[in-house]
Design a protein around this ligand. Structure first.
Ligand code: ADP
Ligand code: MG
Length: 693
C-alpha cells in the first residue's frame, strides 16, 4: 500500500494537480472562480477540460459523468465515454462545453410540480468549487442540477446560493469592525456520520431491511445497549477491516476522515471527517455514505443508514458541526482567550436566527425516518433550543443584567469593553442532549438524520444567519455611535432571545412543559412541521436572500410530503407481505406442531395443560394479528387520491402508520411465543450481535 500522504487525494483533480497541469493563466482564472465565486469563461473551461481528461485517462478513467444531487437526497450519475470517432479509429475527447454543462433527462427526478413530465429537459452545471474525482473508472464532475426554466431541482444549488448570501452579509459586519482584508466568508462543516453494520446474509433474510432500510417488526433482544458497553469499546476485527478500507478509499478521494469509533448501540459506529467548506463537506458526505454501503458489501455486511433501523435501540443521526470562517482563515465563532464584541455579535446573530427560525430548522430535518427520532422520546427532541455552556451563558447573563462578569478565572471586567476576561475553553461540560450545541468554536446541529444530505439543513442555517446579520448590518451601518450601539444591540438581542437557550437535560419530561411555557415550537412529526416551510415568513427569508424562489419552495414542500407518503406506503406494503406471506404461515406451522404434541400427550395420558395454554395464547394473538392486518390493509385502500398532499400525509401518519404500530405490537409478542426455529426472520439479537463476534 502507498503511504497515506501519497494515497490522499490520488483520485482527485485537486489544487496541486491543477497547478502542475494547467497553464498559469488558466490556473489563476480557475483559482479566482473557486475562491471568490466568480464566473468562468468557456475558453478557460476548454483548457481545464482537456487537462482533466489527460489526467483522468492516465489514472484509468474511460468515462466521465456529471455527478449531481437531485431531490431524492442521493447522488445521480450518467456515464459517457471519452471516445470520439476519428477516421477508422477513436480518440479520447472531452470539451469545455461537456465539462461545464450536461443535459440529463430530468423527467424521472422529483420536481414537486416544477416541471411537467413531458418537459424533460434539465441541465447540470459544473461547480468548480468542488474538485472532480475518479470513481469506478469515471471522471465525476460535481454539478448543480436545474430545470429548463432555471429552477433548482437539486440540493446543491440552494446551498451554493446560501453560501453567497451569508458571505455578503457577514462581510458587511466584518467591515464595520475594520476588517478590509477578508474577501469572502464561508461556512464550514464537519458531519459526524453514524451507521449500523449487520451481517449481509441475515440482512438478506429481512424484506423490511431490504425495502425500507429499517426493521418493521422484531421484539427487543434480552440485551441491548443498557450496559453501555459498546460506546468507544475496542473495534472488532471484521468491523475494523471495513473501517480501514473505508478510510483508505475515502482518503484517495480526498475526504479527510479523522475519527472512527463504536457508537452507543451494539452494531452502531461513527465516522467523522475533518471539517471543510460546507459545499465540499456536503459532497464528501454524500460520497462517504455511498462508499460505506459499497465497502460494507465487500465485507459481507450491510451498512444501514436509516435513522431508526431498530426500535428500542439508539437511532442514527448526523451531527452537523458548523461554523463561519473568513478566507483569511479566521473562525468567526472562535471566542479565543478573550471573546470580543465581534465574536459576541456573531454569536448573538446565531442565537437570534435559531430562535426566529426554529421551525425552519426543524423542517430542514423532517422525514418519515427522522420522525422516529425527533419527537419520539429519542435523542434529540423535536424542540429546537441552544446549549451554550455555563461560561458563555454567564457572560451573556452579565451583558443582559449590565453587571460585571465575574470570571471563574482571576480576571473580572466590565462587559461591553473590548477585552473580556480570560475564557478557558473547557470550563464547560458537554451536553449531549441538546439539538443545537455550542462546542467551543462551532455549533453542532444534532437533529439531522443519518441518511440526510446535509445540504438542506446547511442552506437553512446559512440563510437564517445571513438574514440576522443583514438586520444587524442595516442597524449598525446607520449608527452614529458604533461603540455605544454595538453593545446595546448585543444586549437587546440576548434579552429578546434568551428563551431559546437551554443548558439542561433536553430528554427530561419537564423540558417539554418548560419549552411550551417559553413559547418554543414542538413539531413532533413531519406532518406538523412541513406547513411552516411555506409560511410567508419562510418565503420572505429565502427569496430575500436569493436562496429559493417561491415556486422552488412550494416544489420542495410537495417533494418532502410526497416522499413521506411513499415511504410509509412502501413500509405498510412490506409489512403486510411479511405478515401474510411468512409470519402467519410460520405461526400456523408451529401451532400444528403444538396440536400434535397435545394430541400425543392426551393419548398417552399426560397432562397437556401447559401446551394448551400456550396454544391458546398463540391462537388469541394470531386472531388479533389478523384483525390488525385487516385494519392496515383497509387503511391503505382509503389512502388514495383526490386529497392535497398535506391531508394525505396526515392520513399516512395518523391512520396508516398507527395501524402499522398496532400490528407490530402483536407481531412482536408472537415472536416471543413462537419457537425460534419456526420464526421466519433473524431476530434483533441475531442482527445486532452478528458482526460483533
Ligand atoms: P466531538 O464533537 O465528537 O468532540 P470534535 O469537536 O473534535 O468532536 O469535532 C467534531 C467535528 O467537528 C469534526 O468533524 C471536526 O472537524 C468538526 N469541526 C471542528 N471545528 C469545526 C469548525 N470550525 N467548523 C465546522 N466543523 C468543525
Ligand atoms: Mg460531536
Amino acid at each position: 500500500m502507498k503511504k497515506i500522504p501519497e494515497l490522499y487525494g490520488s483520485l482527485v483533480f485537486n489544487d496541486s494537480v491543477m497547478q502542475a497541469r494547467l497553464p498559469k493563466d488558466t490556473y489563476k482564472a480557475l483559482r479566482k472562480t473557486i475562491s471568490r465565486g466568480t464566473h468562468l469563461e468557456l475558453d478557460v473551461a476548454n483548457v481545464v477540460a482537456s487537462a482533466m481528461k489527460e489526467w483522468a485517462v492516465e489514472n484509468g478513467a474511460t468515462h466521465f459523468t456529471h455527478w449531481f444531487q437531485p431531490m431524492t437526497g442521493i447522488t445521480a450519475e450518467k456515464h459517457d465515454s471519452f471516445i470520439s470517432p476519428f477516421g477508422d479509429k477513436i480518440i479520447m475527447e472531452f470539451s469545455g462545453k461537456e465539462l461545464v454543462r450536461g443535459e440529463p433527462d430530468a423527467s424521472s427526478f422529483p420536481s414537486g410540480g416544477l416541471r411537467a413530465t413531458f418537459e424533460a429537459r434539465g441541465y447540470t452545471a459544473w461547480d468548480p468549487t468542488s474538485y472532480a474525482f475518479i470513481k469506478d473508472g469515471s471522471l465525476c464532475i460535481p454539478t448543480a442540477f436545474c430545470s429548463y426554466g432555471g429552477q433548482a431541482l437539486d440540493k446543491k444549488t440552494p446551498l451554493l446560493r446560501s453560501m453567497d448570501a451569508l458571505s455578503v452579509q457577514a462581510l458587511r459586519i466584518l467591515r464595520l469592525f475594520g476588517d478590509t482584508r477578508s474577501k469572502r466568508v464561508i461556512t464550514t462543516v464537519g458531519p459526524e456520520q453514524e451507521y449500523f453494520l449487520v451481517d449481509k446474509a441475515l440482512y438478506n433474510k429481512r424484506p423490511d431491511l431490504i425495502y425500507t432500510g429499517r426493521t418493521l417488526v422484531g421484539s427487543r433482544p434480552s440485551k441491548g445497549q443498557e450496559l453501555e458497553d459498546h460506546y468507544f469499546v475496542t473495534i472488532k476485527p471484521r468491523v475494523s477491516a471495513f473501517m480501514k478500507e473505508l478510510d483508505e478509499e475515502l482518503w484517495k478521494l480526498g475526504i479527510p476522515c479523522k475519527t472512527k469509533h463504536n457508537e452507543v448501540a451494539p452494531a452502531q459506529h461513527e465516522m467523522a471527517p475533518i471539517f471543510e467548506s460546507t459545499n465540499v463537506g456536503t459532497d464528501h458526505n454524500q460520497l462517504a455514505m455511498e462508499m460505506m454501503k459499497t465497502i460494507a458489501g465487500k465485507h459481507n455486511m450491510t451498512c444501514l443508514l436509516h435513522e431508526k433501523p431498530f426500535a428500542g435501540v439508539n437511532g442514527s443521526g448526523k451531527h452537523n458541526n458548523w461554523s463561519l470562517a473568513t478566507d483569511t482563515g479566521k473562525n468567526l465563532l472562535d471566542p479565543g482567550d478573550n471573546p470580543d464584541e465581534q465574536f459576541l455579535l456573531f454569536l448573538a446573530a446565531v442565537i437570534k436566527a435559531v430562535d426566529d427560525y426554529q421551525d425552519l430548522l426543524r423542517v430542514s430535518v423532517a422525514s418519515a425516518g427522522n420522525d422516529h427520532r425527533l419527537g419520539a422520546n429519542e435523542a434529540p427532541p423535536a424542540i429546537v433550543s441552544i446549549f451554550l455552556g455555563d461560561e458563555l451563558t454567564e457572560i451573556l447573563d452579565s451583558i443582559k443584567n449590565g453587571v460585571i462578569y465575574q470570571s471563574r478565572g482571576q480576571t473580572s471586567m466590565e462587559i461591553g469593553a473590548k477585552v473580556l476576561p480570560h475564557f478557558p475553553k473547557d470550563t464547560t461540560d458537554r451536553n449531549r442532549t441538546s439539538p443545537f450545541a455550542f462546542t467551543g468554536n462551532k455549533f453542532e446541529f444534532r437533529m439531522v438524520g443519518s441518511p440526510f444530505s446535509i445540504a438542506g439543513p446547511n442552506f437553512v442555517l446559512n440563510t437564517i444567519v445571513a438574514e440576522v446579520l443583514s438586520q444587524f448590518a442595516d442597524k449598525l451601518e446607520k449608527s452614529s455611535d458604533f461603540q455605544k450601539d454595538l453593545p446595546a444591540l448585543i444586549k437587546d438581542t440576548v434579552v429578546a432571545h434568551e428563551r431559546i437557550i437551554f443548558n439542561g437535560n433536553n430528554y427530561a419530561e419537564e423540558w417539554v412543559t418548560e419549552a411550551e411555557k417559553r413559547g418554543l415550537s414542538n413539531l413532533k412529526t413531519t406532518v406538523e412541521a412541513l406547513p411552516t416551510f411555506i409560511e410567508q415568513k419562510s418565503i420572505d427569508v429565502f427569496t430575500k436572500h436569493g436562496v429559493l424562489y417561491e415556486e422552488e419552495i412550494h416544489s420542495r414542500y410537495e417533494i418532502v410530503l410526497d416522499n413521506y407518503c411513499k415511504t410509509i406506503h412502501i413500509e405498510a406494503l412490506t409489512m403486510l407481505d411479511m405478515v401474510k406471506q411468512e409470519i402467519i404461515p410460520s405461526v400456523f406451522e408451529y401451532e400444528s406442531v403444538l396440536i400434535k404434541l397435545i394430541e400425543k400427550k392426551k393419548a398417552s395420558g399426560f397432562n397437556e395443560s401447559l401446551e394448551s395454554t400456550y396454544l391458546t395464547k398463540i391462537s388469541e394473538l394470531t386472531a388479533s394479528l389478523y384483525q390488525k392486518l385487516e385494519a392496515l390493509d383497509n387503511s391503505l385502500m382509503d389512502a388514495k387520491g383526490g386529497e392535497d398532499s398535506l391531508s394525505l400525509a396526515s392520513f399516512y401518519r395518523y391512520t396508516v402508520f398507527s395501524a402499522m404500530s398496532e400490528l407490530r405490537c402483536i407481531v412482536d409478542q408472537l415472536e416471543q411465543y413462537v419457537a425460534k426455529k419456526y420464526w421466519p426472520y433473524p431476530s434483533y439479537g441475531d442482527l445486532l450481535f452478528s458482526v460483533l463476534l
